[in-house]
Design a protein around this ligand. Structure first.
Ligand code: CA
Ligand code: CA
Length: 296
C-alpha cells in the first residue's frame, strides 16, 4: 500500500504547494503523521513556555488526486488510525481558554493502550481523531495551526475512524495533507492540547466531481456535520448552519423558514475547538432528515 512517510511534512497549507505523490480516485493509502509538536516533547522534563502556532501541527503530504479540479470535492474515508503507545499533553502559559491562569508549564506523558489512555489515576476511552486535515487553500498560505475553509486545524473529534470528510478542492489535485492526531480529546480542547500522538492513518480518497462545497463536511454513521471556522463562535455557527439549511432547501425541497425551524429542533451546534487562531464549530444534522444523496 502507498505510504506517505513522515519525512514529507508541511507547516502550512499553501495554494502553490507541490504534491509528493499523485493517486487515482479510489486509492487507499497511509499517511504517517508526526505529533503536533513535531516529536520534540518526549518527557515530562520538556516544558514549553509558549506555543508558536506557526511551528506546530506538521501535516504529512500533500497528495494530489488525479483529475481533481477547483469546484470538485475530495472525499476522504477514514479507515484506520494506529497511534503510538504514548502521547503528550501540555499546560502552557497563554495556551487555551484559561491560559492566563497557567503560571508555570506542565508536560505530561500519557500512556496509550489498545482501548484506553491513562491520565493520572484515570483510564479514559481511546478515541483517536485527526486534528489537522485539509487541502490547498484558495490563495496564499495558511499555517497548519489555523483552521479555515480548506480544513486545517479543525480539532473536531468526529474526524475519526468510521467517519468520512469532504474537503473543497481549490487547486488542481486538491492536495491533501493531515496530521495532529489526538488519542483522546473533548469538545472545546480547552487547554489547547489533546493526547498529542503520532499515528499511521489509513484513508481511501475519492474525487467527487462538481461537488462545490465552500468548506468541510464530516459524515458519521448517523449525522451530517457542516464544519466552519471563524473569529467568533457566532460567526462560525452561522456559516455551519447555512450549509445545513442549503442542503435541506436544495435536496429536500424545504423553504428556508421550514429548514431554519427544523434546524432549531434537530441540528446541534457543537463546539469543536475554542483554542486555535480561529474557532471551529460543527452543525450536526441527523441523517434521518437528509435522505437525498449529497452529490450525484
Ligand atoms: Ca490541533
Ligand atoms: Ca493537537
Amino acid at each position: 500500500m502507498l505510504n506517505i512517510s513522515r519525512d514529507h511534512v508541511i507547516y502550512a497549507f499553501a495554494a502553490s504547494m507541490s504534491p509528493v505523490a499523485t493517486v487515482e480516485s479510489g486509492t487507499t493509502l497511509v499517511f504517517q503523521a508526526v505529533d503536533a509538536l513535531g516529536g520534540q516533547v518526549t518527557s515530562a522534563e520538556t516544558t514549553l513556555d509558549h506555543l508558536d502556532f506557526s511551528r506546530v501541527n506538521p501535516a504529512t503530504g500533500p497528495v494530489a488526486v488525479a483529475g481533481a479540479q477547483p469546484g470538485d470535492a475530495l472525499l476522504v474515508e477514514i479507515l484506520d488510525i494506529v497511534t503510538s503507545d504514548h502521547g503528550v499533553m501540555l499546560a502552557v502559559p497563554g495556551l487555551g481558554i484559561l491560559g492566563h491562569k497557567v503560571d508555570t508549564p506542565t508536560t505530561k506523558v500519557v500512556p496509550i493502550g489498545g482501548e484506553s489512555v491513562t491520565f493520572n489515576q484515570w483510564s479514559l476511552p481511546k478515541q483517536p481523531m485527526i486534528g489537522v486535515i485539509g487541502t490547498a487553500p484558495q490563495e496564499g498560505s495558511v499555517p497548519c495551526g489555523t483552521p479555515s475553509d480548506h480544513g486545517g486545524n479543525m480539532d473536531t473529534k468526529d474526524i475519526k475512524v468510521g467517519s468520512s470528510i469532504y474537503l473543497p478542492v481549490f487547486q488542481p489535485g486538491g492536495l491533501l495533507a493531515m496530521g495532529d492526531v489526538h488519542a483522546a480529546m473533548a469538545d472545546g480542547e480547552v487547554c489547547g492540547t489533546g493526547v498529542e500522538c503520532s499515528a499511521d492513518i489509513t484513508v481511501r480518497v475519492h474525487r467527487i466531481p462538481q461537488f462545490g462545497i465552500a468548506r468541510p463536511l464530516v459524515v458519521t454513521p448517523t449525522a451530517i456535520m457542516a464544519v466552519a471556522s471563524a473569529a467568533t463562535i457566532e460567526e462560525a455557527s452561522q456559516l455551519a448552519l447555512e450549509q445545513v439549511i442549503d442542503f435541506l432547501v436544495a435536496k429536500e425541497g424545504l423553504s428556508f423558514n421550514d429548514a431554519y425551524m427544523l434546524c432549531s429542533l434537530v441540528t446541534d451546534i457543537r463546539i469543536s475547538q475554542l483554542v486555535d487562531p480561529l474557532l471551529t464549530v460543527r452543525a450536526s444534522l441527523p441523517k434521518t432528515y437528509l435522505t437525498a444523496p449529497l452529490h450525484p
